[in-house]
Design a protein around this ligand. Structure first.
Ligand SMILES: [Zn+2]
Length: 336
């Protein structure tokens, strides 16, 4: 159990930006998903309970009303998707009606979990089967997804992130992200371009800044996709999660070409293995032997295809920065 006061936004897939749909603006304090060729919006209340599902054309697809402990009022239709109370998946198989709270299953009828709280030692004064300290109006239990989108994340970024992670699942490089999702600590993923930040992991903010359309041309002239760069940052994040003190020591040790020992370790090991699995280098090759490289814009988050200026403008509505144009020119001349 993680007792957290209400009035906060939780959940993987939370989008807190505005999205333009048709001729109206919708405030997205809600989860969003894509299925059957359309975006669907889970409308949540102040506690993160999914109260309605609306299709992008405005059709109301599902409504849910809850008792305080999460039991569904009325027929509680299965609806179009199974995520309900606290955004958790309701498993209706065999009429058990248990919520999958990731760490354990939760029965909303008795307001108890089926197994003890993995964090029970922290709350020795409470029963380890209790839900939200028996106070579901004051607390919510956001356990489960430990990777969240940063506040202000836009829908295009969410789509790009899922595109990259789908590619990584298909190529066996999703394990780092999975480790963070399964970890007991919360981390955030933020759009680097929104904050004018290059790809980086910030241990203090517990945030990965990622640019979904920026790849890297290494000093060995290898092209690395944004997905590979995402994995690189997640490796820093995993190192931090596994042994924070070791991570801090490693980033403190300077290395002339790799900048720090932490970078040397990530680049020589994980980055290289991931680039091989992503088909960006051959088995016997290295991505680079330093921490340098030049950014370039890619067609998709999993691609190493360099976009032309016109492509880029059409896709993003932005002009390429002059410095990036020069980088492209330089890259092309190196390759001709
Ligand atoms: Zn790095």
């Amino acid at each position: 159990m993680q007792c957290v006061r209400q009035h906060r936004n939780f959940g993987f897939g939370k989008v807190t930006d505005r999205l333009h749909i048709g001729n109206r603006w919708m405030l997205l304090g809600m989860q969003t998903y894509y299925a059957d060729g359309a975006y669907h919006f889970n409308i949540t209340d102040y506690q993160g309970n999914i109260r309605a599902v609306i299709r992008e054309d405005g059709t109301l697809e599902d409504t849910n009303n809850y008792y305080p402990y999460g039991g569904l009022m009325g027929s509680g239709s299965m609806g179009v998707q199974p995520y309900k109370y606290g955004g958790k998946e309701l498993d209706r198989e065999n009429g058990l009606d248990l919520y999958d709270s990731h760490a354990r299953m939760y029965d909303p009828i008795i307001g108890r979990t089926t197994t003890i709280d993995p964090l029970a030692e922290k709350y020795t004064h409470l029963s380890p089967y209790l839900w939200c300290a028996a106070n579901p109006l004051k607390y919510v239990d956001p356990s489960g997804k430990k990777l969240r989108f940063a506040k202000g994340t836009t829908l295009p970024f969410v789509v790009n992130f899922y595109t990259a992670t789908l590619f990584m699942k298909q190529n066996g490089t999703f394990d780092n992200i999975q480790k963070i999702i399964d970890s007991p600590n919360v981390y955030y993923i933020a759009d680097g371009s929104q904050f004018f930040k290059p790809n980086q992991f910030n241990g203090i903010k517990k945030t990965i800044f990622w640019n979904p359309n920026v790849g890297l041309i290494t000093t060995k002239n290898k092209l690395l996709s944004p997905a590979t760069m995402l994995d690189h940052e997640f490796q820093h994040c995993v190192n931090y999660e596994v042994d924070k003190n070791k991570y801090i020591n490693q980033i403190d040790i300077e290395n002339e070409v790799y900048t720090t020992e932490e970078e040397k370790s990530v680049i020589e090991n994980r980055e290289r293995q991931t680039a091989i699995k992503h088909n960006e280098i051959n088995n016997n090759e290295k991505t680079r032997e330093d921490h340098f490289g030049q950014e370039f814009y890619t067609r998709t988050p999993s691609s190493t295809t360099i976009v032309t200026d016109i492509d880029y403008i059409f896709r993003t509505g932005k002009m390429l920065l002059t410095r990036n144009k020069n980088k492209l020119k330089q890259y092309r001349s190196n390759h001709n």
